[in-house]
Design a protein around this ligand. Structure first.
Ligand SMILES: Cc1cc2nc3c(=O)[nH]c(=O)nc-3n(C[C@H](O)[C@H](O)[C@H](O)COP(=O)(O)OP(=O)(O)OC[C@H]3O[C@@H](n4cnc5c(N)ncnc54)[C@H](O)[C@@H]3O)c2cc1C
Length: 397
């Protein structure tokens, strides 16, 4: 029996953040648009994001907030469709949002409302959807068209957009499909790894720090030449919290991370003052003014922690201060794609137009969002990249 062949102007694979934005813009331009997703429903990561409140952008967006083999690549798209343009869209739909630390913008009610807003825009732009649909293969036809084989249909399109995201959270539809398509068309793919992800610890550190599970501390985390000031969180598996997640994107296996557990005070001067004023308190009780007792117990040697300040030598004092201001850990690894928020690396942006997201060597083939080698820091930067890159492709498909 002959298969039915459907013709469409624009086929988008991936109904996530960037695919939906691309669909809206292409549909508004009068292009016929079909979005295919292997998942049962669209925008699963949008709903998971920001703890269900979706940190959809940030007031301060610049290329400095992104990691890429070409740090200039993201500039054009972020300028063409900025954080203010996305905020304007939210305001048009009367969606309430709030600003939190570091300029991060979250939905006031639910990420689901933001997804509904995008789907309303899609309906207005006559975008068609096919869910629970796997693409079997893609072929480039003569005359700059693509043939996409799915079961039971074949679809022929003029523009093909790969918006399949990265590898994190396989349960939310993640797949390496986008990288495979890039390779099929001889477009280079840079090695990928999990980013914005908790660290795991070696068995000794894990045992030592396990009793701290649930404790959060404001800290500065340094990795190579980067540093982040936010909370760190001790978990039963290792280290998490925003400062750790940020550091993880810059961390290479074997590298140490240095954590300043008391970034606002000079502990040496403080303890010296207590000493001068004749304090007879034990080190551990003085430190407990600043840090949780369980943390002091885990990282300061017992004999030193229990000694009175007056009996503590200068050398020991320096050692204690060093442990707290420069607590050094070599993570065993990361929790990987199971819990990572993003995938670092991906489709080499040097082979993509920064203005249109079209592959330089394959007319009509576009890549948007996280599948590209552009990874934002924590704070709404990844979704803004998805909106901006999707929007740019939407103007050019
Ligand atoms: C738990 C979590 C929380 C996050 N929180 C935030 C946040 O608050 N702020 C922020 O900026 N970023 C956040 N991110 C990152 C952000 O969600 C992503 O960077 C963004 O969604 C990427 O958009 P995308 O369109 O490239 O891909 P996605 O949104 O991942 O969409 C890809 C789509 O492609 C589909 N797909 C994959 N393979 C195939 C295939 N073979 N065939 C058909 N369809 C396929 C998937 O089912 C999916 O629907 C978070 C990520 C996670 C995992």
């Amino acid at each position: 029996m002959p298969k039915s062949v459907k013709k469409i102007d624009v086929l988008i694979i991936g109904a996530g953040a960037s695919g939906l934005m691309c669909a809206i813009e292409a549909g508004k331009r009068g292009r016929s648009v079909l979005v295919i997703d292997q998942a049962l429903k669209p925008g699963q990561k949008i709903c998971l994001s920001g703890g269900g409140k979706c940190n959809f952008t940030n007031i301060q967006i610049s290329s400095d907030h992104y990691i890429s083999s070409n740090p200039h690549f993201c500039k054009s798209a972020l300028k063409q469709f900025s954080q203010w343009d996305f905020i304007h869209l939210l305001e048009k739909h009367r969606l309430l949002y709030e600003e939190r630390n570091h300029g991060q913008l979250f939905c006031k009610e639910s990420a689901k409302n933001l997804l509904d807003m995008l789907l309303t825009e899609c309906r207005g732009a006559h975008v068609l959807f096919l869910f629970n649909k796997a693409v079997i293969c893609i072929e480039k036809l003569t005359g700059n068209q693509f043939k996409i084989m799915t079961t039971p249909n074949e679809i022929v399109c003029q523009s093909l957009v790969i918006a399949t995201g990265g590898l994190s959270i396989p349960g939310a539809g993640a797949s390496p499909f986008g990288y495979k398509i890039a390779e099929q068309f001889n477009i280079h793919v840079l090695p990928v790894r999990a980013g914005l992800v908790p660290f795991t610890l070696d068995p000794t550190d894990k045992k030592k720090l396990a009793p701290l599970s649930g404790i959060a501390v404001d800290a500065i985390v340094k990795v190579s030449k980067k540093q982040f000031r936010e909370n760190i969180l001790f978990t039963h598996r290792g280290l998490s919290g925003p400062a750790i997640l940020q550091a993880s994107s810059y961390w290479q296996p074997g590298q140490k991370i240095i954590i300043n557990l008391l970034p606002d005070i000079n502990l040496f001067d403080t303890l010296k003052n207590f000493q001068k004023n004749g304090s007879k308190k034990a080190i551990k009780s003085l430190l407990s003014n600043y840090l949780p007792k369980r943390l002091i117990h885990a990282i300061i040697q017992k004999n030193m922690a229990e000694r009175s300040l007056q009996e503590t030598s200068l050398k020991e004092l320096l050692l204690i201060c060093d442990t707290i201001h420069q607590w050094t850990i070599i993570p065993c690894g990361t929790e990987g794609y199971r819990t990572a928020e993003v995938t670092l690396g991906g489709v080499d942006v040097n082979e993509i137009s920064s203005k249109t997201m079209e592959a330089l060597s394959v007319k009509g083939l576009f890549f948007t969002g996280e599948v590209l080698d552009v990874t934002g820091r924590l704070g709404g930067y990844n979704l803004q990249w998805a909106w901006s890159s999707g929007w740019c492709a939407g103007q050019n498909v």
